[in-house]
Write a protein that binds this ligand. Sequence first.
Ligand SMILES: [Cu+2]
Length: 310
Amino acid sequence: MFNFPMLPVQASTFAERVDLLFWALVLFLFVYATGVTLVFLYFGLKYRQNPKVNRRSVHSENTALELTWTIIPVVVALGIFAWGAVLYYDYATVPENAIEISVIGKRWMWKMQHGNGIREVNTLHVPANQPVKLIMQSQDVIHSFYVPAFRVKQDVLPARYTTLWFEATLPGEYPLFCAEYCGTEHSTMGGTVVVMEPQDYQEWLAGGPTLTPANAGESLFQTLGCATCHAAGEKNRGPDLHGVYNREVHLRGGETLVADEEYIRESIMTPTARIVDGYAPLMPSYQNQLQQDQVASLLAYIKSLSKIGQ
Ligand SMILES: [Cu+2]
């Protein structure tokens, strides 16, 4: 009859669940607001200035009534919180089998790089029915990676990795936006996410260059002389990096953390920030010497080392 969609098409595993919560909230607020408004109008009419209603025996307190209208909204609010928390937990927990794609935001474009080295700008090809993890960074100001059809959005920050995951369900093309005002051409900073059948995606991937980020990272690792201090084995000036990714690391001062993407990136850019226990703060900073994609390549190389170490 007439086509008036309220929300974008549901194209990821999150979409239906997020929409359900959204509509439940809308319904709840509608019922609540209508109820309050009707009572308000009723009392407003009944007790308006002139009518001779009985105003003598006015109740100033009603414990049962007050308990009711306190406890019910509390239970409802906590229920909404729990519902949202469960959704958020899944949104924040990346499945282990997710394929990883590197995304760099930059005024005013999105640069993507796939695991085998294929690069694209403002277009992101992903397979359907498979979790995809985006490892994102900005080259300048704060951007935000937003795909309405997937119901996912994540800020992309300079000098820090953020991640975002989704599992697309419906092959097709969906708009991608920058959702954080980032300058004069912010509104043009967008593109398309192309969801393909897994087999088509593999074929598409196979059509690209063969220098993987890990390969590029390895040659960079040699060129920059990283291996001088980070060679395999003990008694080196720097820690052995085999298997370091996603492993627990003990820091000077007793702190322990997991060496994730962000820690490795920080250790390249500001090595003295969090030193591994047992080592001296000797490493120079690479803050102004590396491009973001070079850091991403080094990261890919260091991650590939962990597979050999296991
Ligand atoms: Cu932007």
